[in-house]
Design a protein around this ligand. Structure first.
Ligand code: ADP
Ligand code: MG
Length: 266
C-alpha cells in the first residue's frame, strides 16, 4: 500500500472551504468543505438537488459564491472567470456534453490544447517560425493518437455536432486527454450514455490519473463510483455529510438515509 502514503505527502488537488451559494430562499450549497487528494479519483455523490452541480459551478468560476474559498495550486479561485481557471489547469465538464459542433472530431481534439491556453499551438498555426509550426504538427499527431486510443479514429473527419451523446462524451474525454489539465471535474459523465461506454470511460479515467490529471467525478452509477474512485464525498442539502473510501460509506447510516437507500429502491 504505497500509494496512500505517497499522496499524503502531496498537497490536495483542490480544497473547498465553507462554500455557500443561495438562490433566493434556496441554499443550493451551504458551508461545503472538502479536499480532493492529488493523483486520485474523488467521487462526489448525493441525491438530486444536493448541490453537486452548483458546487462545481462555484469551483470552476461559472457562478460566484456568496462566501467561502476554493484553493487550487496555492491560489484562491473565487472571482476568477472560467477561462482563466481552465488555463490554470482546472477543467470541468457539464451534465450535457459540449463540443464545437461545426468542427470535425479531430479539430475538436486539437483545439483542446488551445482552449487550455497553450498559445504555442496558435502561434504555430499562423506561421510564426519553424519551431511553432513543428509544434502544430506534433499536436496533430498527438490528437490522432488520442483518437485511436478512444476508438474514434474512424469518426476523425465527422462534424462533432452529428455524433451521438455517447460519442460526444468520448470526444470530450479525448479533449481532456489532449489538454492534460492538473484537475478535471466530470459532472455525471454517464448520464444519458449507453452503459457499454462505462468501461471505456473507466479506462479513460485511469489514463487521466496515469498522465498526472487528478479527477473529481459526480455520478449516480454507484458500481462505476466503486470501480473508479479511491475517495468519495457525500453531499446532501448543500453540504458534505460523509466522506471516505466507498466501502466505508455503505454502512454509514446518514449516507443510507440521505442517498444510498433511495438508490437501492430505484
Ligand atoms: P445536484 O447537481 O446535486 O442535483 P444542483 O446543484 O443542480 O444539485 O441544485 C441544488 C439546488 O439548487 C436545487 O434545489 C436546485 O433546484 C437549486 N438551483 C440550482 N441552480 C439554481 C438556479 N440557477 N436558480 C435557482 N435555484 C437553483
Ligand atoms: Mg447536477
Amino acid at each position: 500500500m504505497n500509494a496512500p502514503s505517497k499522496t499524503l505527502d502531496r498537497p490536495p488537488a483542490l480544497a473547498v472551504r465553507g462554500l455557500t451559494k443561495h438562490f433566493g430562499g434556496v441554499y443550493a450549497v451551504e458551508d461545503c468543505s472538502f479536499e480532493a487528494p492529488a493523483g486520485q479519483v474523488t467521487g462526489l455523490i448525493g441525491p438530486n438537488g444536493a448541490g453537486k452541480s452548483t458546487a462545481i459551478d462555484l469551483i470552476s468560476g461559472f457562478k460566484l459564491p456568496d462566501t467561502g474559498t476554493v484553493i487550487f495550486k496555492d491560489r484562491a479561485l473565487e472571482g476568477l472567470p472560467p477561462h482563466v481557471i481552465s488555463r490554470l489547469g482546472l477543467i470541468r465538464t457539464f451534465q450535457a456534453p459540449r463540443e464545437w459542433p461545426g468542427l470535425t472530431v479531430l479539430e475538436n481534439v486539437v483545439m483542446a490544447r488551445w482552449d487550455a491556453g497553450r498559445e504555442g499551438f496558435l502561434r504555430g498555426l499562423v506561421g510564426l517560425g519553424l519551431t511553432q509550426r513543428g509544434t502544430a504538427a506534433d499536436e496533430l499527431v498527438r490528437a490522432r493518437e488520442i483518437l485511436d486510443e478512444f476508438g474514434l479514429a474512424k469518426l476523425r473527419n465527422e462534424r462533432a455536432g452529428n455524433l451521438s451523446g455517447g460519442q460526444k462524451r468520448l470526444v470530450e474525454f479525448a479533449r481532456i486527454r489532449m489538454a492534460q489539465p492538473e484537475l478535471v471535474i466530470l459532472d455525471e459523465p454517464m448520464g444519458g450514455v449507453n452503459p457499454v461506454l462505462g468501461e471505456r470511460m473507466a479506462v479513460a479515467i485511469e489514463a487521466f490519473i496515469a498522465s498526472g490529471t487528478s479527477v473529481i467525478v459526480v455520478e449516480h452509477n454507484l458500481p462505476f463510483i466503486e470501480r473508479v474512485t479511491q475517495h468519495v464525498i457525500v453531499m446532501a442539502q448543500g453540504t458534505v455529510i460523509a466522506e471516505g473510501p466507498f466501502e466505508t460509506l455503505r454502512s454509514n447510516r446518514d449516507v443510507i438515509d440521505a442517498y444510498l437507500g433511495e438508490v437501492v429502491k430505484q
